[in-house]
Design a protein around this ligand. Structure first.
Ligand SMILES: NC(=O)c1ccc[n+]([C@@H]2O[C@H](COP(=O)([O-])OP(=O)(O)OC[C@H]3O[C@@H](n4cnc5c(N)ncnc54)[C@H](OP(=O)(O)O)[C@@H]3O)[C@@H](O)[C@H]2O)c1
Length: 198
């Protein structure tokens, strides 16, 4: 789990009138007060693919669903490995990335470090929506001002001119526009994680 889609799926399965479903959602434990999906929930890492494989066997799991965020690469890799090792069928919920439309002014970056390298040529006032992990990539950009939005306070080194906004989605288009206006944002850094909400 760890996504709105995973919560929706857990809700659909919990509401399924067919008897016999036992659904467990798994969360990494990054957020101290997570939005809990319906049904059983377990929190914390499994200990790599090997740990997940042992969990699947130990709990006699019939099917595994990878509904993690598109940027949760390690977990998806471990799920594929563990499913193959234990012969448990794996369903992967994929959110395709976005497609630019006329008028969009997008600058692709392959990593947060690459994005940080591009920023000084794109603007002075930055809205960073990539989460509190990886903030260190922007820490040296002292000449820029950052609005950092995250669910939990960032623990990593941050740029010296940073304002933190603790909030969690879903957000509204009108609210987002107002935020950009109020803070006179020049450039937004976000993850191309697909979906309509972002
Ligand atoms: N990356 C993002 O931008 C992002 C955005 C929104 C939500 N999320 C959600 O936040 C969680 C962590 O994301 P991440 O990018 O840090 O993951 P990651 O880099 O792929 O995973 C790092 C480690 O965290 C543990 N882990 C990750 N997802 C887990 C889950 N659903 N249940 C149990 N353990 C999990 C695993 O530990 P072990 O090896 O010990 O099993 C994994 O090896 C995921 O559930 C993801 O869906 C991520």
């Amino acid at each position: 789990g760890g996504t709105a889609e995973a919560r929706d799926l857990a809700g659909l399965l919990a509401a399924d009138p067919a008897p016999g479903w036992r659904v467990t959602s798994s969360l990494a434990g990054r957020v101290s007060t997570p939005r809990l999906p319906p049904g059983e929930v377990r929190v914390g890492g499994f200990g790599g693919a090997e740990g997940l494989a042992a969990w699947l066997t130990g709990h006699r799991v019939d099917a595994l669903v990878d509904a993690t965020h598109p940027f949760a690469a390690a977990m998806s890799r471990h799920a594929a490995e563990a499913a193959a090792r234990t012969d448990v069928p794996l369903l992967v919920l994929r959110r395709p990335g976005w497609t630019p439309a006329p008028g969009d002014d997008w600058h692709d970056a392959g990593s947060l470090t690459e994005a940080a390298g591009q920023l000084p040529s794109l603007g002075r006032r930055v809205f960073l929506t990539t989460g509190r992990m990886g903030l260190a990539a922007f820490a040296a950009l002292d000449e820029l001002w950052f609005l950092v939005r995250s669910v939990e306070p960032p623990g990593e080194p941050a740029p010296s001119r940073t304002e933190v906004l603790l909030d969690r989605g879903p957000f509204t288009l009108a609210g987002e526009r107002e935020l950009l206006r109020r803070h006179r944002i020049d450039v937004v850094v976000t993850k191309d994680s697909g979906g309509a909400a972002t």
